[in-house]
Design a protein around this ligand. Structure first.
Ligand SMILES: [Fe+2]
Length: 247
């Protein structure tokens, strides 16, 4: 019964969001589809919240169901809603301007656009970066590049974890591919991301970790490092590899 209720709530929530998004635009986002292969964006409506690729309970090994539900249906959904409002107010043609382009010119827009555009982009990427069938590490060229760049996969994990642990206040830890095709680890405050022209850390984001308290507080309280340690168990390396290969 509980599952049915949860599924129904999820369906109604997503149906409402889909209607909102259709109102914004009828076109798909081909650049996102190619750049973020494996993210189900081939049929995505731009600037809309996509359905989670798993249930709220499915990441329990790392993140509890209530956190997932509140995070997705309230925090992330609000970013999407506020982004839509900002696009109307600031006359952004969502059928013509790709989300990546908007991020790249974010200095020309309001704080509302920056915070909610980043919030929408970051969370959409975050949901797709996790899976109940997480593997320990990537393989192929990405693993080889990580090992070459950071010394070992464990050294990479330590550096990425430190980026999340030391981000003061709210923000994100990132693995990005910079303009020289070099893997770089860093973090950003609030909902900024490495695609933004105002961001010190720049590049194509391959993996992002939400270290806002809303992402972990119910289970981990103030123990952010424990959240990060457990989060590695659900990273979807297959998706990260596709982003790397398509960048
Ligand atoms: Fe979040």
């Amino acid at each position: 019964m509980e599952d049915n209720q949860q599924n129904r709530r999820k369906f109604l929530t997503n149906a409402g969001k889909a209607t909102l998004a259709v109102g914004l635009s009828q076109t798909i986002l081909p650049a996102m589809a190619s750049r973020f292969a494996g993210l189900n964006h081939t049929t995505a409506i731009p600037y809309s919240q996509q359905p989670l690729p798993y249930g709220y309970k499915d990441l329990e090994v790392s993140i509890d169901a209530m956190t997932m539900e509140i995070h997705y249906t309230r925090h992330a959904a609000t970013y999407t809603k506020n982004l839509a409002e900002a696009c109307v107010a600031e006359k952004v043609d969502t059928s013509a301007v790709k989300l990546e382009e908007l991020m790249g010119n974010i200095s020309k827009y309001s704080a509302k656009m920056r915070n909610n555009g980043g919030g929408h982009f970051n969370h959409e990427m975050f949901w797709q970066s996790m899976t109940p069938k997480g593997t320990e590490k990537p393989s192929g060229k990405l693993l080889a590049d990580i090992e070459k760049t950071f010394g070992s996969f464990e050294a990479f994990k330590t550096k990425f974890t430190d980026a999340g642990k030391t981000r003061f206040g709210s923000g994100w830890a990132w693995l990005v591919l910079d303009k020289d095709n070099k893997l770089v680890i860093g973090s950003t405050p609030n909902q900024d991301n490495p695609l933004m022209d105002i961001c010190e850390l720049k590049g194509m984001p391959l993996l992002g970790l939400d270290v806002w308290e809303h992402a972990y507080y119910l289970r981990y309280h103030n123990h952010r490092p424990d959240y990060i340690t457990n989060w590695w168990k659900v990273v979807n390396w297959e998706v990260v590899q596709k982003r790397y290969e398509n960048s």
